[in-house]
Write a protein that binds this ligand. Sequence first.
Ligand code: ZN
Length: 166
Amino acid sequence: MHIEKDIVVSIHYKLFDDQQQEIENSYNDDIPMQYLHGHNNLIIGLEKELEGKQPGDRLSVTVSPEEGYGAYEEAMKQQLPSSDFEGLNPEVGMGFTAETDSGPMPVTVTEVTEETVTVDGNHPFAGKTIRFEVEVTEIRDATPTELEHGHLHSGECCGGDHDHEH
Ligand code: ZN
């Protein structure tokens, strides 16, 4: 058995930024990350390298923005008047949900001055080349429900707040 479409994969990983600084480490949580392979649940650059792998395999995968979190888009950065944030005490690094034409969007405060607050809707890794050190820990066949939904119901991808019936 190896990793292919419709296989549930457990991986441990360490994530490094373009300065080779470790940003995430799933070993710290003890629990591996699980995902359903072949359903766009992972960034494409990582998923295609995992294809065909087996439990016990380790790999180092460098992911370009094109196959990762996309290009950095200047237009998703916005300077707003401080008055929009009255009572919220915005600080650099804080997250907010902004109402946009295409629906609610998570943004991060990147700069605060007396008159303005700059928020950025880009993913923190947008425009960056990142690297994963991955260990495949376990694989199994997906259940019919998992295949029907195209994702798992445990773990980060769902969070329990999607609105279809289970
Ligand atoms: Zn579901």
